[in-house]
Design a protein around this ligand. Structure first.
Ligand code: S6P
Ligand code: ZN
Length: 186
């Protein structure tokens, strides 16, 4: 019998929402990485190309594509807008499109924008403690509607992958914009 205590190689801070340890990947998306995502081209071009829009940390304990494993991620979306459209992630379907995912709100205020294969789009409010099940064949994107960072946890299958092409080509069928100071899907 083995009764040794081991420590997990990765820690998640409940105070600053940071993943610490190895192996953790850190990804940033700046204005210059989000060409074609926002509607207002003029407003987009007026932003500083190096401005950080969102970052993602992920613990991928098994190689990407492994069947049966799980990944753990934390997405942080900065507050701000391009014209009247909130800062948001690129959004994607999973490459293995039937793979689901959990999101949960940790900090800040935002919306999870969801779209099915028939291009029906809807949104769920994200706040600390909100829990979101993203089912099979549903594209997903996060938008920050508040004035502080939006931090969201995620867990998804290690063989899900990301399909950005469909969203890059056709977008979602609705956009989350500010109307009279409030978020609205239009
Ligand atoms: C992965 C999961 C998240 C997103 C992240 C960034 O399946 O949904 O970790 O990758 O929120 O969004 P995007 O659309 O740029 O990958
Ligand atoms: Zn996903």
């Amino acid at each position: 019998m083995h009764l040794k205590n081991f420590q997990s190689p990765v820690e998640f801070s409940l105070t600053n929402y940071y993943l610490k340890g190895e192996p953790v990947i850190n990804q940033t998306r700046k204005t210059k990485d989000l060409t074609g995502i926002f509607q207002d081209q003029k407003a987009y071009e007026s932003l500083y190309p190096e401005q950080l829009i969102y970052s993602v940390q992920a613990w991928m304990p098994v190689p990407e594509g492994t069947p049966g494993g799980l990944f753990f991620g934390v997405s942080t979306i900065m507050p701000g807008k391009v014209g009247n459209e909130y800062f948001m992630t690129k959004g994607h379907f999973h490459s293995k499109s039937d793979r689901a995912e959990f999101y949960w709100g940790l900090k800040g205020k935002g919306m999870l924008i969801l779209m099915d294969l028939n291009r029906n789009t809807w949104a769920e409010e994200v706040c600390p403690g909100s829990l979101h099940y993203i089912g099979a064949h549903i594209a997903h994107r996060l938008a920050n509607t508040g004035d502080e960072n939006l931090v969201v946890g995620a867990c998804w299958p290690s063989d899900a992958g990301h399909d950005y092409d469909e969203i890059a080509a056709n977008g979602f069928s609705a956009r989350l914009v500010e109307v009279d100071g409030k978020p609205r899907l239009t």
